[in-house]
Design a binder for this molecule. Structure first.
Ligand code: GUN
Length: 284
């Protein structure tokens, strides 16, 4: 079987355009605040891209840059001001944070109704209870790609590689809610290859370049590659050996141009969701 390539760039562009047209029809402008502490180069690029995408969708984007030596109390005060600001519908604090700041304290300080990352324990609980409101952007983007590619989820055997709070755990919860049978594998899993071979759907989010090999993939399975890794030669590769996996898979996401572009598009979707819900309006 030769796999269909799932074009995340195109699906994300479609979603961004749909959000822009919904935003244009509103009687108010949704507002998104992105907080960056320090000058981690990767975070700086992400934050700039988030800011641009929000502006292009008609969302009022405000980036707040704080120095790397910002005290936790000062960041919490910034968050309290954003929580109280009626013009702000979404708050995102870019991770990782400098070592003097406890990420949990920050995540728990964000108003759950403005938590466009979906990291607050209330939103995590809502997702795991099967009543999601604001859902982490990357796994939400994966669900949208699966829907776009018409990948059947109900009753499917799915495996999620990775158990992070940002991707693995919320991904597993979304797949369970969609009636898949879900295995969550991680660095201590025995015989990972055999676990993968049983799966109709493999979602890889471990940050290990080309870990998943072609002979781990069952004939006709779907492969979703969340990894973005830079090799010693400077090339971007995913967590899956794409060409090998594509020989067995029925559909696969490329890196780059697969899951990556969906994350920012889903941040815009979450900002719109939060803006509508805060005003008691129907979801988009
Ligand atoms: N750092 C890496 N991914 C993310 C994300 O999805 N949200 C935030 N806030 N920080 C991140």
């Amino acid at each position: 079987m030769t796999a269909t390539i799932i074009d995340g760039k195109a699906v994300a562009a479609e979603l961004r355009a749909e959000i822009a047209s919904r935003v244009a029809a509103l009687a108010f402008q949704p507002g998104l605040a992105v907080v960056l502490v320090g000058d981690n180069p990767a975070s700086t690029v992400y934050v700039r891209n988030k800011d641009r995408a929000a502006a292009a969708a008609g969302i009022a984007a405000r980036t707040i840059r704080l120095p790397a030596d910002t005290a936790e109390a000062a960041l919490l005060a910034t968050i309290a001001a954003l929580n109280a600001d009626p013009a702000i519908d979404g708050i995102l604090v870019q991770l990782p944070l400098p070592p003097q700041i406890r990420p949990r304290a920050v995540i728990e300080a964000i108003d759950p109704e403005k938590d466009v990352d979906g990291f607050h324990p209330l939103n995590v609980g809502r997702l795991h209870e099967g009543h999601p409101h604001l859902v982490p952007c990357t796994p939400l983007g994966v669900m949208r790609l699966l829907a776009h590619a018409k990948v059947p989820i109900r009753g499917a055997q799915a495996i999620v590689l990775g158990r992070s709070s940002i991707v693995g755990k919320p991904m597993a919860a979304l797949l369970i809610n969609a009636d898949a049978t879900v295995t969550v594998a991680h660095s201590r899993t025995r015989n990972l290859a055999a676990e993968c071979r049983r799966a109709d759907l493999v979602v890889a989010a471990v940050g290990r370049p080309e870990l998943v090999r072609g002979d781990w993939i069952a004939d006709g399975a779907t492969v979703i590659d969340v990894g973005i890794n830079r090799t010693a030669e400077g090339k971007l590769v995913g967590d899956c050996a794409t060409a090998e996996c594509a020989a067995s898979a029925s559909a696969i996401t490329p890196v780059p141009g697969g899951v990556g572009p969906m994350t920012i598009a889903c941040l815009l979707a979450n900002t719109l969701t939060a803006a509508l819900a805060r005003r008691g309006l129907e979801p988009a």
